[in-house]
Design a protein around this ligand. Structure first.
Ligand code: FAD
Ligand code: SF4
Length: 462
């Protein structure tokens, strides 16, 4: 299947300029560009793009409405399945989901579904949602949601639409989970996009209380037994960083990507008006190849460091979104593929001075299907650096499991839940990174929505 109209390119900030600022990299489509791109969709009878979308957005229908200039209708179609289109349009790994399955991608470029979703989402933020959000009358039942990331927000939105009185408890002082503390401003603007999309959720009647650590300030048991909540949804994410366990990881200048990005994003360390300390030195090495690694390395670059990615597999296996890898390269990030650290080297004052690494080659596929890296004999070498950032993945914080009777976790510390989000504890449901370990925004949203339906059924039965 081919299309005579080539994919409409999207305007972006010049790489040399943006490598020195934190403003958004991608400008998105204007109306003319979005309309032209929308005209490329073939409106397939069995749209593969919809089947590949974890929340099943009616993609050809919203694209059709956009093409007809019916932007509000397009927004309403997306809203049936997603409450965060401006966010998902910016951060979803479209190349392995909707766009990866678009029929036009077989012989050419797929429809730019993500950029079209972003256009519609931003249009809605600009022009306001439909008159009043459709919510059922209040049914008198209260549901507590733990965590205000995509899983918690999606679950809360759906329950509020069904008529439940929903309250989100968030440990941090800001709402949004990774969307505010992890993903940087240059990829996902906080005030212009995240805060406004969250405001749409609040318009549904969802109450949000920040600075409440469930497991400390209150417990799941007290919410259920004393505070009258009929059910609880856990969307507490996976915020606990992993380290490699190699010598030198306790040196000054070794930091987890989570801490580095939280300082930069949530605590505004990049902004001179804030006095949050952040140290990058002259040379930064980031270990890892996912979105977190890309965000950390590009943040370090913007803070003035020479920044390098060290990843033990090859470029083909990089788990980060293709767009982020492309942008990182344009911004002058150095990529050292098939390289693995064995030791962080320190100076006499206990600060990082370098990283000892070995070269790797790819062997047989492991259980994930990816070829496992094996050390090349005699390949040891050193890279000079002042800071080492570890972006090796995260796991859920054990606090909730430790403070909730009967809540089981698996060997990776993730909360055990069935496919509908029901945990081992009656009335307690869970979804998102807290269940799967670090994954994606849209999967977390999908899990939140599935759990909302299961919670509704559970409460109706009891
Ligand atoms: P989170 O977003 O982690 O939210 C959990 C919330 O729960 C947090 O706000 C936390 O403070 C709160 N919480 C935790 N414990 C408690 C408690 N005891 N009491 C009260 N509140 C609590 N995904 C993509 O799809 N595309 C990307 O480009 C992408 N980039 C990423 C970049 C970074 C730097 C990171 C860290 C992740 C990225 N991800 C990306 C992954 C994605 O952000 C997560 O999969 C998603 O946010 C998970 O959503 P969640 O709601 O399960 O958890
Ligand atoms: Fe349109 Fe591609 Fe989806 Fe077909 S698969 S409906 S062309 S976006």
């Amino acid at each position: 299947m081919a299309n005579k109209i080539p994919r409409v390119p999207v305007r972006e900030q010049d790489p040399k300029v943006r490598a020195t600022n934190f403003e958004e990299v991608c400008y998105g489509y204007n109306t003319e560009e979005a309309t032209l791109e929308a005209s490329r969709c073939l409106h397939c009878k069995n749209p593969r793009c919809v089947a590949a979308c974890p929340v099943g957005i009616r993609i050809p229908d919203f694209i059709g409405a956009l093409h007809a200039g019916e932007f509000r209708q397009a927004a309403d179609i997306i809203a049936e399945d997603s409450s965060l289109p401006s966010i998902c349009g910016r951060v979803c790994p479209q190349e392995s989901q909707c766009e990866g399955s678009c029929i036009l991608g077989i012989k050419g470029d797929p429809v730019a579904i993500g950029k079209l979703e972003r256009f519609v989402g931003d249009w809605k933020l600009e022009h306001g949602a439909s008159a009043a959000p459709q919510t059922a009358p209040r049914n008198g039942h209260k549901v507590a949601v733990i965590g205000s990331g995509p899983a918690g927000l999606a679950c809360a939105s759906d329950l509020a639409k069904m008529g439940y009185q929903v309250k989100i408890f968030e440990a941090l002082h800001k709402v949004g989970g990774v969307l505010v503390y992890g993903i940087p401003e240059f990829r996902l603007p906080k005030e212009r996009i995240v805060a406004r999309e969250i405001a749409e959720v609040e318009k549904l009647g969802v109450e949000i209380e920040t600075d409440v650590i469930v497991g400390r300030t209150v417990t799941i048991d007290s919410l259920l037994d004393e505070e009258g909540y009929a059910a609880v949804f856990i969307g507490s994410g996976a915020g606990l960083p992993r380290f490699m366990g190699i010598p030198g990881e306790n040196l000054n200048g070794v930091v987890s990507a989570n801490e580095f990005l939280t300082r930069a994003n949530l605590m505004h360390a990049y902004d001179e008006q804030y006095d949050t300390p952040i140290y990058v030195g002259k040379r930064v090495v980031v270990v890892g190849g996912g979105n977190v690694a890309m965000d950390a390395v590009r943040t370090a670059r913007r803070l003035g460091a020479e920044a390098t990615i060290v990843y033990r597999r090859s470029e083909k296996e990089l788990p980060a979104r293709a767009e982020e890898v492309h942008h990182a390269k344009e911004e002058g990030i150095c990529f050292r593929m098939l390289t693995n650290p064995t030791e962080v080297l320190g100076d006499e004052r206990g600060w990082v001075r370098g990283m000892r690494c070995v070269e790797m080659e790819l062997g047989e596929p492991d259980e994930s299907g990816r070829r496992s890296p094996v050390v090349k004999a005699g390949s040891e070498f050193d890279i000079a650096c002042d800071v080492a950032i570890m972006a090796l993945g995260t796991s859920p914080n054990p606090l909730l499991a430790a403070t909730t009777a009967g809540l089981e976790t698996n060997r990776r510390g993730c909360i055990t839940a069935d496919e509908r989000g029901a945990t081992s504890r009656e009335g307690v449901f869970a979804g998102g990174d807290a269940v799967t370990g670090a994954a994606t925004v849209i999967l977390a949203m999908g899990a939140g929505r599935t759990a909302a339906r299961a919670i509704d059924e559970y409460i109706k039965k009891h």
